[in-house]
Design a protein around this ligand. Sequence first.
Ligand SMILES: [Zn+2]
Length: 425
Amino acid sequence: MLAAFIWGRRRPPQISGLASISMPNCTKPRRAHRRSRKSKCRQSCAAGVAILYCPEIMQTSRLAVFHSKDRPITYETVVVPPLREGEILVRNEYTTLCRSDLTTFSGKRIEKTPTILGHEIVGRIEELGPDAPTQDGRGARLRVGDRVTWAIYASDPCSHLARRGIPQKGEGLFKYGHEQIRPDSTLHGGLAEYCILRRHTPVIHVDQQVPLTVSALINCSVATVAGSLRLAGEIKDQNVVIAGAGMLGVVACAMSRNAGATRVIAVDIDDARLAAAREFGADEVVKLSPTQPLKEQLAARVPGEAVTVALDFSGVSGTMEALLGALGTGGILVLVGAVSPQRPLQINAEQVVRKLHTITGLHNYNLPDLVAAVEFIEHNHTRFPFARLVHDKFDLDSVNEAFNYALVSGAHRVGVRTCTKPGSE
Ligand SMILES: [Zn+2]
C-alpha cells in the first residue's frame, strides 16, 4: 500500500474547528488508513494513493455536495491542494442560485455527480499559483485580496472555436459549477469555501462598492445578457422586445435602456415579473394572452414593423414563434432561454427570407461579454435596484433550504453567503 503524508500547504491560522474529512470514490480499505486514526491526522484518497494529512496544519475547504434529486445536499471537507501552473485560489464570498442550478437540483437537468453547484460567484484571491496570470481581463494587476469575478468556463484559447470568439465551447472546456468531483479535482463550484480557478480562466476585478449580492450576478446572468446584446447589434434607437422577465430578462431591460433603445417592451405571463421589468427600464409590458396574439399586442404599443430586436429568455416554443412573427423587416431574434429539450419551432421560411430576418442563438458568453457585464454593473448598480432581486437569507450551512426556497418562492435569485469572515461585507 502506497501512502504519503502531504506537507505542501499549511493552513492559515484563522481556519479551525473542521470536523470530518472525506473524499468520494475512495476504494482503499480502512486498514490502509489505520495510522491516521492513531493520531490527529485524517485520511483521504486521490489517484489510487492513500493520503494522510493533519487538519491542524493543512488548509481545508468545506463543500456542499450535490448527489441527486433524491438526496439532500451533504457537506464534505477536503484539503486544498497545492496550486498547479496558472491556477488561482479564490475564497468564495457569495453565490447566487441560477436557473440551471435549480433544474439540476430538481432533477430536470442531469449533471455528472457528485458535483458542487453554483456558478454565479464572486470571491477574493487567496493565492496566486506558479505562473498564474498577473493581469485581469482589463489589464489591471491581480493581487492577493482582490475581489474578482471569473468566466463560467476555462478552455484552450488557441482552439479553433476560441479563436472564433466562442471560448465557452473551446477545446478542454471546464465549467465551474458543472464539473464532477474527483480525487484530483474538488474545488470548482460556488457552494464551497474555496474555488480553484484553472489555467485559461478569464478573471476580472469587481469594484468593491458593488454589493456582493449584485456582483455575484455578473458571471452568468449579466454576462449572458451582454452577449445577447452583442449578437443583436445596434440597440440605440431600436425598439427592443424582451420575452421572459426573470433575472436575465430584467437585466436585458436595464442594459437595453442603458444602451439607448427607443422603446423597451417586456413580455411575460406573470404580473409581478412585469412590474419588476418596469423598475429595470421597460417602457411597456405585455402580459401574454391565449386569446390575443403577441403581434397584435405589440402593434398597439409600437408602430407596425417597428420591432427590430427581439431577445428570448423564456425558452418557450410558442413565445419564440410569436416573437419571430412580430419582428419587423431586417429584425433579429436572439434565442437564449431554450436550454432544455422542447418541440421544434415552426418557422415560415418565406417570411424569414422576404423580411430579411436573422435568427441566432447564444449559450454562455465570451471575455468581451464578461468585461461589458462588469462595466455595466459597476456603472449601474445604483441606477437599477438589482440588490432587491436577490433573497439574501442563506449561508453555506443552509444550502438545502436555499434551494427549496428558490424552487417555491419564484424569487429572481436566492443568494448563499459562502463566507462570513472579516473582509467580506
Ligand atoms: Zn447560470
